[in-house]
Write a protein that binds this ligand. Structure first.
Ligand SMILES: Cc1cc2nc3c(=O)[nH]c(=O)nc-3n(C[C@H](O)[C@H](O)[C@H](O)COP(=O)(O)OP(=O)(O)OC[C@H]3O[C@@H](n4cnc5c(N)ncnc54)[C@H](O)[C@@H]3O)c2cc1C
Length: 514
């Protein structure tokens, strides 16, 4: 089969509506030409019209009115009863158990879960296990993608148990104003600070606040989070000193869990390497290709920083594990990526006498060659910048393509990045729908050649305008796909998932409020 390149013919407008009609008709025409079967075209057209109609009539109403209940919330329904069950089980073993100690232990168990579910190694193990589960694939993979529900659910329980540990000794106040249960006023004050700090973190983490104050949320989450963990450790140590290290079973368990929490939260900060990162700026300056040293799995994310405080995650777009090299595609969108692009262009300007466009053009005409040692010569259109790289490269939702045999991957713009390393995989057959503006002009030959060498749907919005989400389904039946994966902005991802839901097609997209 040849490439399905969707091109515009402005005057053509089918029944499907707006620009996507042309695209879908062209795909259908193509299918008919290839198969010499007119009936296929008619069947697909009929089917797509039904999809559009059904979608118009009401898919996604729940989400629009905000009463959608997602798998993210299902985690809460699991976590809250599990917490109560653990406490009930402990009381059934020994009713005389110290309640304040138990509340502290429960807080620590939840804290460990909060931290562990954000850990790269834990996520790697979970993804490796979950993609191998042969039944209920959508449910298990989606539950894993919604792991933010574990993070937030356990964080809520952490606050509940910390508040309980604070209130219990006050409620059990002794006759002489001294607080019972061996916890003195200083400890109560420390617990009160802990509760206040956790409450601040949770308020800032609420989606409505977080979207408005994202940088503040990130800083508070990291630095206040670390401080509270150290405070909790201090509370425990103080208590152990006061009891002259005569520890109950629950206290020993608490100490062990606290050590595990400290390790999970801090160990990754000791696994950061400083690398010379090779960056190439796209012809129009809005895409960067970054090459790094090290091993990275397809489906993973790399975290990169220039100052150790602001970290940015990008999908691994190219991976050459044998030569310990991998690459990222970075769309120039926000302040950080704009600064990076500007920095690279300034360096290229300084070190090369040729004009900038000429230098960058050289890169785009060069054949893709990840194996070649990274050039240190800026005359190749590439510049070298020192950056901090996290050793961990956690897996993301795109790794779930390996749960299936045949999938459709829809990417808009730089959303092609996480799809690229799976193209040509021997574990899963992929049909790509890449929606972008002037593919070769903006993304260059290195990326386009990787996509165009196989039979995929290429949709140029510069020629055709924006497509409707139904474009994701155009090749679904012909390709005999089992699922659709979408890498796009939140709006388009939701739109495609709504259409797929109406059609009862399995669809995965990033979880944006995780
Ligand atoms: C899991 C995941 C991994 C990611 N990894 C990376 C990465 O490694 N590097 C990176 O740079 N970015 C990455 N992204 C971001 C991703 O590239 C962008 O979300 C995506 O490119 C779309 O963003 P945009 O619409 O702002 O792009 P734009 O450049 O504005 O749009 C890209 C194309 O999509 C079309 N389009 C946009 N919205 C719609 C719509 N609603 N309907 C129809 N067409 C539309 C536009 O017309 C344009 O042609 C990742 C996103 C996710 C979810």
């Amino acid at each position: 089969m040849t490439n399905v390149k969707v091109e515009a013919e402005g005057s053509e407008r089918g029944r499907i509506g707006e620009c996507s009609a042309t695209a879908i008709e062209r795909i259908m025409e193509f299918a008919a030409q290839e198969l010499h079967e007119e009936s296929t075209t008619r069947r697909m057209e009929k089917r797509l019209n039904v999809i559009v109609e059904k979608n118009r009539l009401g898919a996604g109403w729940g989400r629009r009115f905000g009463f959608g209940f997602t798998l993210y919330n299902v985690w809460w329904l699991v976590i809250f009863p599990v917490n109560l069950a653990i406490v009930a089980a402990l009381f059934s073993i020994d009713l005389r158990v110290n309640r304040a100690e138990l509340a502290t232990a429960m807080a620590l168990v939840n804290l460990l879960a909060v931290a562990a579910i954000r850990d790269g190694t834990v996520l790697l193990l979970l993804y490796k296990i979950v993609v191998r589960i042969p039944w209920k694939k959508y449910f298990f993979n989606r539950m894993l993608h919604c792991n933010g529900g574990i993070h937030t659910g356990c964080a809520i329980m952490l606050l509940v148990w910390t508040t309980t540990a604070l209130i219990l000794p006050i409620a059990n106040r002794g006759d002489h104003g001294r607080i019972a249960d061996g916890i003195d006023a200083a400890n109560v004050a420390m617990l009160a600070v802990l509760v206040a700090g956790l409450s601040i973190m949770m308020i800032l983490a609420m989606p409505i606040v977080r979207v408005r104050h994202h940088n503040l949320f990130e800083r508070v989450h990291r630095y206040l989070g670390w401080s509270l963990l150290l405070l909790l450790t201090a509370i425990l140590l103080r208590k152990f000193f006061h009891s002259r290290w005569n520890l109950s079973g629950i206290a020993i368990a608490s100490a062990t869990i606290a050590i595990a929490c400290l390790l999970v939260v801090f160990y990754s900060w000791f696994l950061i390497e400083r690398q010379s990162v090779h960056v190439r700026v796209g012809r129009q300056g809005n895409v960067l290709i970054v090459r790094l040293h090290g091993k990275a799995r397809p489906g993973a994310f790399a975290k990169i920083s220039f100052n150790l405080t602001e970290w940015h995650a990008f999908s691994v777009a190219f991976s050459d594990r044998e030569n310990r090299a991998y690459g990222l595609v970075v769309g120039v969108a926000g302040d950080w990526t704009q600064n990076l692009a500007q920095r690279c262009l300034t360096r290229l300007d300084r070190s090369v006498s040729k004009n900038r466009a000429q230098v960058v053009d050289e890169f785009f005409t060069a054949p893709p060659d990840l194996e070649a040692p990274p050039s240190t010569e800026s005359s190749s259109g590439e510049t070298t910048i020192k950056a901090f790289i996290r050793w961990h490269r956690p897996l993301g939702f795109m790794y779930s393509v390996y749960a299936y045999k045949r999938v459709i991957c829809v990417g808009t713009g730089a959303g092609i990045a996480p799809i690229l390393p799976h193209i040509g995989s021997d574990r899963v057959a992929i049909h790509v729908v890449w929606i972008a503006k002037k593919h070769r002009g903006i993304y260059g030959d290195e990326i386009c050649d990787r996509v165009f060498q196989h039979s995929h749907t290429i949709y140029d919005t510069a020629e055709m305008g924006r497509p409707k989400p139904e474009i994701a389904l155009a090749s679904y039946e012909e390709f005999r796909a089992e699922a659709i994966f979408v890498v796009s902005n939140a709006k388009f991802t939701e739109a495609v998932r709504d259409v797929c839901k109406t059609e009862k097609i399995v669809a995965f997209g990033a979880v944006f409020d995780s």
